[in-house]
Design a protein around this ligand. Structure first.
Ligand code: UDP
Length: 453
């Protein structure tokens, strides 16, 4: 009997990175592959549901989270600490009766390229970010010294083939990854991180959680940059069901939220959430609360991690009936997919961006860091599927009156024929088609076929 293809999947240990790569793993398992996932006991709950669905073909390679290397930049510290798994993975591989033929690993784990060549197997990069933002990121690491030396020089030219995103004081490229601003040539950890990012471009292939209608031009750009066609766009990677246990357990019973939404008219609710990491400052939260009070919208506000006191006493009573506050993990996908939700105030993390677009809701962008500024630009300036609610800078505070107006407008009946809404509904249909029987499904199949050759 022919053994099924065995892959090693290695997500970067942070929920926004683990969730989409496990969604991809599900697709691969359904195509008959055997997959071993590198995971730590802390993140095991994220893997368990998938393991129950594929008990015989999904295996766990459990390693305790390596001790974090002391370093001022937390991202680099975390990335560097993962390198301690090089030898343990080699040892596991060497003793395995039918070891993996390739490794699919997160773009922050660039060192796994060296691991793969040491083991004599291919490495495929998994990018949890969009193609536009990650290709800018690649260029940023390529040219990091020049960018930092001249940050904000308007005349500066970089080798993007899409020059809409130049390095200007209004949009300094280092915003994309603040680590790069502190880059110190010759400092071993910075150099090692950079080496990993650059190794991504020399990998055998790259898988993106995106789809052709969303980023087709950038996918083509990446194929040119890589010098081959092994660039696959397989998204949006989302479960078919409500995904209520995805990434975390909701702090409120999902059915209560859904029943609340059942009683609201179509496209009448604004959903507000800033992902798994971001916490608004007190000023920002104050402006948002003020806007919600001034507006007339129905809303669900996910106020995870907000400091006590940032939601003023009495607010919940004053908005009762039209507003719900979830103080912790919310079942985001189920909320966005409900017919009553019409718009989404988002920090534009890539998963939220895809989830909002796939659900066909109007995007109200409030980016806070990393790739989120570029994602917001893509949504607003290129795709035209939303509006900015706040300037693109980490500490910006929106004006409550203006924000209230935008919130009201985003779910007003008269807005429904508006170009932005028409466009996002069209993109939503394109997203469903891509994963059902379109380009994203084709790319997953092509990837699996190439592995079998
Ligand atoms: N998420 C969720 N409930 C929450 C917050 C986040 O389900 O209360 C999910 C969200 O659906 C998305 C992921 O967590 O899949 C967040 O990823 P994203 O890339 O949007 O942002 P990050 O957390 O990486 O900043």
């Amino acid at each position: 009997m022919r053994h099924s293809i065995h892959l090693l999947v290695y997500p970067f240990p942070s929920s926004g990175h683990i969730i989409p790569l496990l969604d991809l793993t599900d697709l691969l398992l359904r195509r008959g592959l055997t997959v071993t996932v590198v995971i730590s006991p802390t993140n095991l709950p994220l893997l368990d549901p998938l393991h129950s669905s594929h008990p015989s073909s999904l295996h766990k390679l459990l390693f305790d989270d390596p001790e974090i290397t002391p370093f001022p930049d937390p991202l680099i510290a975390k990335v560097i600490s993962t390198q301690k798994l090089f030898d343990p993975i080699v040892k596991w591989f060497r003793s395995h009766p039918s070891p993996p033929v390739a490794i699919v690993s997160d773009f922050f784990l660039g060192w796994t390229s060296e691991l793969a060549s040491h083991l004599g197997i291919q490495r495929i990069v998994f990018s949890p970010s969009g193609v536009l933002s990650s290709s800018i990121l690649q260029t940023l690491w390529q040219d990091v010294e020049e960018i930092n030396a001249d940050n904000g020089d308007k005349d500066q030219k970089f080798s993007f083939s899409f020059p809409e995103i130049p390095n200007t004081p209004e949009f300094p490229l280092w915003q994309l990854l603040p680590v790069s601003q502190n880059f110190k040539k010759g400092e071993p950890h910075y150099e090692s991180f950079r080496k990993g990012m650059l190794a991504n471009m020399r990998s055998w292939g790259i898988i993106y959680n995106t789809f052709e209608e969303l980023e087709g031009v950038y996918i083509d750009h990446m194929k040119k940059q890589m010098g081959h066609d092994r660039v696959w766009a397989v998204g949006p990677l989302l479960p078919d069901d409500h995904g209520t246990g995805r990434g975390g357990s909701s702090v409120v019973p999902p059915n209560d939220l859904l029943m609340w939404l059942d009683n609201k008219p179509d496209d009448s609710v604004v959903y507000i959430c800033f992902g798994s990491q971001t916490t608004l400052s007190e000023k920002q939260m104050g402006a948002l609360i003020g806007a919600l009070e001034l507006s007339n919208v129905n809303f669900i506000l996910c106020a995870k991690g907000s400091k006590s006191g940032s939601i003023p006493s009495g607010f919940e009573d004053r908005v009762s009936g039209r507003g719900l506050i979830v103080k912790g993990w919310a079942p985001q996908l189920a909320i966005l997919r409900h017919r009553a939700v019409g718009s989404f105030v988002s920090h534009c993390g890539w998963n939220s961006t895809l989830e909002g677009v796939a659900a066909g809701v109007m995007m109200l962008t409030w980016p806070q860091g990393a790739d989120q500024y570029v994602d917001a630009k893509l949504l607003i300036d290129e795709l035209g599927v939303g509006k900015r609610v706040c300037e693109d800078a980490p500490d910006s505070v929106p004006d409550s009156v203006e924000l209230a107006r935008l919130l009201d407008e985003s779910v007003s009946g008269s807005y429904m024929g508006e170009q932005r809404v028409v466009k996002v509904k069209k993109l939503s249909q394109a997203a469903s088609k891509a994963v059902k029987d379109g380009t994203s499904m084709r790319d997953v199949d092509t990837f699996v076929q190439l592995l079998s050759q």
